[in-house]
Design a binder for this molecule. Sequence first.
Ligand code: NAP
Length: 200
Amino acid sequence: MKIGIMGGTFDPIHTGHLLAAETVREALGLDEVWFMPAHVPPHKAEAGFSGEERLRMVELAIGSQSAFRTLDIELRRGGVSYTVDTMSELTGKYPDARFHFIIGTDMVNYLPRWNRIGELASLTRFAAVGRGGYELHAEDLAPEVKNKIDYCDMPQLEISSTDIRRRLREGRTIRYLVPDKVHDYLQRSGTHAAYARTTD
Ligand code: NAP
């Protein structure tokens, strides 16, 4: 089995995440893509939405795409979600799977700063899927990491979770930036209004 791991804070999940996962699934011929919300991401402040809310929105976003699944391994583990700990657990649990950890091309330049990156690169390949126009500094990467990256082109979608949270705070529309079911969840649950009162 070739498995894509779409790790993210998903605060909240949006159409750019789904398109990135679908692009890599097709380009690399993956059997499945597992969407994995981080508990506390190593590189940014704690998420605004709770882990439970973020996981629920990911489930709703995935909808009927049968190749997509959710993975709550980092939410259950708690603490800071270092990818190397997660991939070590997953490779132990699924010894026959080949993993491809999906990242935005923006993130490639930061890979050298990831926790135990050499060990991580021995556990998974990376699929860098892109926002265009981003300057890559792949020459800064150690060969054992550089050789593990597959690049996949996708139509550029200027959607970000940060912009969506800003819109929520300002009471502006997020329709079509997120899947309809996520939009309806945010409206129905009142989370939309509650989040709008928080600061980023
Ligand atoms: P996020 O903001 O929720 O986004 C998830 C992924 O989708 C990111 O790779 C992001 O790339 C990409 N993306 C978002 N919007 C996109 C768009 N419109 N077009 C194309 N790609 C888009 O995720 P995150 O909080 O950055 O975390 C990503 C994963 O990396 C998490 O699993 C996190 O735990 C892991 N991570 C691990 C370490 C570590 O182990 N030390 C350090 C950092 C991150 P961009 O990042 O380019 O937006």
